[in-house]
Design a protein around this ligand. Structure first.
Ligand code: ADP
Ligand code: MG
Length: 224
């Protein structure tokens, strides 16, 4: 079972993963007020569909004012969004996530999946976040880092630091990655997720790490 980005972010936030401030809207009429509540000079309007590649497909747009955000939402809600992950038929957009616009310094990739061969969780990380990870794996396989997790002990800080330094993070952000990855792992285990993918995990100009996008899928066998 898949859930929307805004739902995935609220699950992650419950476990202490930092996410941008934002609210979902089912109608464009609510978007102006949401943008005003968020404040700041830029908000981002993001189509909520069960597929990625929205940025390139026109499903993630920056707005410089609450009015502009509302205009964008008006066009987005009800549209059929086609991305390289939806297939040619696309997906109808029923709601949008309106989020604070953040100043991005770096975009990283981080995910946890179950390795079928060992039946253990594995963390996949890359300094080349923001783009299609399949493409990175194809053209620059050396940029994909993997760390197998012992499900008995869980993630140990050493593993998070190893990934952080592998992605070229300095000491400060590396320490933050230990906290963030531990929280994501806890969410993965406690929600019986089959996959949590954060692409991108961003480092802001202010030095914070946040999950800017989130994809969570649950193991259907674990639904209760
Ligand atoms: P998708 O993976 O479906 O393309 P993302 O949520 O990853 O959608 O967004 C695509 C890109 O849009 C991100 O890589 C980032 O550069 C930009 N972006 C998304 N949300 C924000 C935000 N809140 N602030 C600033 N930029 C954003
Ligand atoms: Mg993304």
């Amino acid at each position: 079972m898949k859930i929307h980005e805004y739902q995935a972010k609220s699950v992650l936030a419950r476990f202490g993963v930092p996410v941008p401030r934002g609210e979902v809207a089912f109608s464009a009429d609510d978007v102006g007020d949401i943008a005003r509540r968020l404040g700041g000079s830029v908000v981002v309007v993001k189509a909520q569909i069960h597929a990625g590649g929205r940025g390139k497909g026109g499903g993630v747009k920056l707005a410089k004012s609450p009015d502009e955000a509302q205009q964008i939402a008006k066009q987005m809600i009800g549209m059929t969004l086609v991305t390289h992950q939806t297939g040619p038929e696309g997906r109808k957009v029923g709601r949008v996530l309106v989020e604070e616009g953040l100043q991005i310094d770096r975009e990283l990739y981080l995910s946890i999946v179950i390795d079928r061969a060992t039946a253990c969780p594995v963390v996949i990380a890359s300094a080349a976040g923001g783009m299609d990870i399949e493409e990175v794996a194809e053209s620059h396989p050396e940029k994909i880092l993997r760390e197998a997790i012992d499900s008995g002990t869980g993630i140990v800080p050493f593993q998070a630091r190893k990934l952080a330094f592998g992605m070229g993070l300095g000491a400060g952000p590396a320490q933050k990655l230990v906290t963030v990855l531990t929280a994501i792992y806890k969410a993965f285990i406690e929600t019986d997720a089959s996959m949590i993918e954060i692409n991108p995990l961003i480092l802001t100009k202010g030095g914070d790490l946040l999950a800017l996008d989130a994809k969570v899928a649950f193991d259907d066998n674990a639904m209760y």
